[in-house]
Design a protein around this ligand. Structure first.
Ligand SMILES: [Zn+2]
Length: 291
């Protein structure tokens, strides 16, 4: 009854993460976000050995186009996948043209994934006007924390992201590259004003604190800016300030899927038994772009 995940791609040009949940009676595939076209998603799934028809559910962090590609409306209309969105996104979903017969709304309360013992715990964050949602996926006690497009790190994140076995967290921009970029001032403000994205330093500080109250076997960084970030800089920062976490670290790419990360309850948390240890080697998949 294991949990594994593969980031099919992450960044401002599209985000989707495949989650594979092993149950006693079979395996379930779901997506967190569907920010690539259905065709592109199918290609990336195929490279991970998965057929798109295996996807039963899509859970959305929010409805920005890099997290929900508009042509997913049709497969959802056909009823071939169930879409889960937070209630505060409902009006925007209606404007996009989503058919609510195949959409399930959730609030801030934890909810069970249909027909399974897997529990989804939503964690609301500030991001633009409607905010975004992170999740703790609790699959038979194996816990993955997933958070992207956070404008800032609220204190309630640390109340919910506890006892995790794996963490996937946005690390969007390098502050000095953002400031030095030729982006317009309003865009820099939007990204850095607490309702946009997390910097590398903010992500590292949050991950450090979450790691101290968890026993992580995987730590995956999401949504790196191609214009204002660089995986080598990120890696140096972690080497300097969190070298002990570096063996767990993977940096995801916009252009190609990550390895599949298998997660099991791990380590020496006093409240939980140790059952395994799957440690991923550091992975730097994305070239340095200063464009
Ligand atoms: Zn985004």
């Amino acid at each position: 009854m294991s949990l594994s995940y593969c980031v099919l791609g992450s960044g401002s040009a599209g985000n989707a993460t495949l989650l594979t949940l092993e149950h006693d009676d079979g395996r379930q595939r779901i997506l967190i976000d569907c920010g690539f076209s259905p065709r592109q998603t199918a290609l990336r799934l195929r490279s991970a050995g998965v057929d798109r028809d295996e996807i039963t559910d899509v859970i959305l962090t929010h409805l920005d186009q890099d997290h929900f590609y508009p042509s997913w409306v049709k497969p959802i209309e056909r009823g071939s996948v169930r879409l889960h969105i937070h209630r505060r996104q409902q009006r925007r979903a209606a404007k996009i043209g989503l058919n609510f017969r195949h959409v399930e709304l959730f609030d801030d309360d934890p909810w069970p994934l249909a027909g399974t013992a897997t529990r989804i715990e939503p964690v609301p964050f500030a991001h633009d006007d409607l905010g975004t949602v992170g999740f703790v996926i609790d699959h038979h006690g194996t816990r993955l924390g997933f958070a992207t497009d956070l404008g800032s790190v609220p204190s309630h994140l640390f109340e919910r992201f506890v006892d995790l076995d794996a963490l996937a967290l946005e690390s969007n921009y390098d502050r000095s590259m953002q400031i030095a970029s030729n982006r317009p001032a309003f865009l820099k403000r939007r990204i850095m004003d607490g309702k946009g994205h997390l910097s590398n330093e903010e992500a590292l500080r949050a991950a450090r604190r979450i790691a101290d109250q968890s026993c992580l076997s995987q730590l995956t960084l999401l949504h790196l800016s191609r214009q204002c970030n660089c995986p080598e800089r990120v890696k140096r920062l972690w080497q300097d300030q969190a070298a002990d976490l570096l063996p767990l670290l993977s940096i995801t790419s916009q252009t190609k899927p990550s390895p599949e990360f298998r997660v099991s309850p791990t380590g020496s948390r006093p409240t939980r038994p140790a059952t395994g240890n799957g440690v991923a080697a550091p992975s730097i998949a994305q070239p340095c772009l200063f464009g």
